[in-house]
Design a binder for this molecule. Structure first.
Ligand SMILES: [Zn+2]
Ligand SMILES: [Zn+2]
Length: 379
């Protein structure tokens, strides 16, 4: 066939593709959604299904994870949440794309996606240098900022809107249960990224074998860490960390973690201590186990101000890094690791609740009934 012939054929095919309307699932006018009506008062009601604006995508939620931040939101101790009676929380959701707003062609209807919670405004000083989780318009939806389930409606609902920049397409081998944990894995990966990233051969201490800690154990292992010391209070979680690649597990109910890590490192300490626990006494333990010239990475929130020996940090030439959430495109890296079978999330999902039982799910999480690790809500 001639060059011209090929061009015509290709053009015809493209025209046919562009003319084919995407298969659209009928989207109802209303949906079931959990709405926060006051501190400790969350109920399932019917709400209008939102319609995607320019750059936005409507996703049918497959499941939404819960975490400690949801309890703070539930109790009314979280800044910048929308008013009571008009706010659906949930920031660790995954699902299937059902409608696209104007200009969106990065994902298609039918794609399975997971998320970053944050979409920066794209116009402030921090967004311009890629630090969108530190957006200077945080919480200001009129400027385009969105933190799903925190400052805008989230995934404890049948449908949720998100900006396309914070969605990540998943290959078929990544399950929705894995995907809920990929947002969490992005938190650890972003922290490591901010703290220098290159951890091959480093000894690492991870405090707090919750979901962030357990995903970070796997990330450190895959990034070639030397020895990983995992510190916590609950045996079941520590043992899971061991299955995920922790070389030594240290139960603080049985021994002093500082003495244990000092002994295991011959008195030198670790290259990087990662604080994922949110317990007020662990930052000081991080100071005591980090070697001279080492790094401390803090990715947790605390219920009250924390005390630590800052002079020891300075004397030891230790650098402290903090990061919030899962920026730097690190959820995309998490999806890649999961697609390669090198990041396991589904094993952390211990409990599932239907949307109407969300208050019960929060009770189970708070009271640790049945030792939950990750509780998911299925709308
Ligand atoms: Zn969370
Ligand atoms: Zn911004």
């Amino acid at each position: 066939m001639s060059r011209d012939g090929q061009a015509v054929t290709w053009g015809t095919v493209m025209a046919a593709i562009l003319d084919t309307p995407p298969i659209r699932e009928a989207i109802p006018d209303t949906m079931r959604a959990a709405v926060l009506f006051g501190p400790g008062d969350i109920r399932q009601i019917n709400r209008p299904v939102p319609r995607p604006g320019p750059g936005e995508v409507l996703v049918k939620v497959a499941m939404c994870g819960t975490c400690g931040t949801d309890l703070k939101i539930y109790d009314g101790h979280f800044p910048l949440t929308p008013p009571y009676g008009a706010f659906t929380p949930g920031h660790e959701w995954t699902g299937t794309v059902v409608a696209l707003g104007e200009t969106v062609d990065e994902v298609a209807v039918g794609d399975r996606v997971c998320i970053e919670a944050h979409h920066g405004c794209g116009r402030c000083d921090n967004c311009l240098i890629g630090r969108y989780t530190a957006c200077l318009h945080y919480g200001n939806a009129t400027k385009g900022h969105r933190a799903t389930g925190m400052t805008t409606d989230g995934g404890f609902a049948e449908y949720v809107l998100h900006h396309v920049s914070a969605l990540y397409k998943m290959p078929p081998q990544v399950s929705f249960k894995d995907a809920v944990l990929l947002t969490t894995a992005g938190t650890g990966l972003y922290g490591l990224d901010a703290a220098g990233g290159y951890i091959v051969g480093y000894d690492i201490a991870i405090f707090g074998p919750g979901p962030v800690g357990l995903m970070t154990v796997q990330a450190c292992k895959e990034l070639g860490a030397g020895r990983i010391f995992l510190v916590g209070t609950r045996t079941s979680r520590l043992e899971m960390g061991q299955r995920f690649g922790a070389d030594h597990i240290i139960n603080v109910r049985e021994c002093n973690p500082v003495a244990a890590i000092q002994e295991l490192t011959g008195g030198a300490g670790v290259d990087v201590a990662i604080e994922c626990s949110g317990a007020v006494d662990t930052p000081q333990q991080c100071v005591q186990v980090t070697k001279r010239g080492g790094k401390i990475l803090v990715v947790a929130f605390y219920p009250q101000p924390v005390t630590l020996d800052l002079s020891a940090v300075v004397r030891g030439d230790i650098t402290i890094y903090t990061t919030r959430g899962e920026g730097g495109n690190n959820v995309k890296r998490a999806v890649s690791l999961a697609a390669q079978g090198r990041l396991r999330g589904a094993e952390l999902v211990t409990h599932e609740f239907p949307l109407e039982a969300i208050a019960e799910a929060f009770r189970v999480m708070r009271e640790r009934v049945g030792d939950p690790i990750k509780i998911v809500i299925i709308p």
